[in-house]
Design a protein around this ligand. Structure first.
Ligand SMILES: [Zn+2]
Length: 62
């Protein structure tokens, strides 16, 4: 198995990890029902995209 010859410096590791931070997902308001949805995707609460009905949405049972 290959073994590293030199220990990586703190700066090198930290520079690599500078891109590892998690970012919160962005949400937009649905134009049809006003629920929070991911941009460029079908609304999961009403099933529309750009005002067009894409999915049939099951009604919630009480
Ligand atoms: Zn919606």
């Amino acid at each position: 198995m290959a073994v590293p010859k030199r220990r990586q410096s703190k700066a090198r590791s930290r520079k690599r990890r500078s891109h590892d931070a998690l970012i919160a997902p962005t949400y937009t308001l649905c134009t049809n029902c006003g629920a929070l949805t991911r941009p460029h995707s079908v609304c999961t609460s009403c099933g529309t995209y750009k005002g067009v009905q894409i999915l049939k949405v099951k009604e919630k049972k009480k």
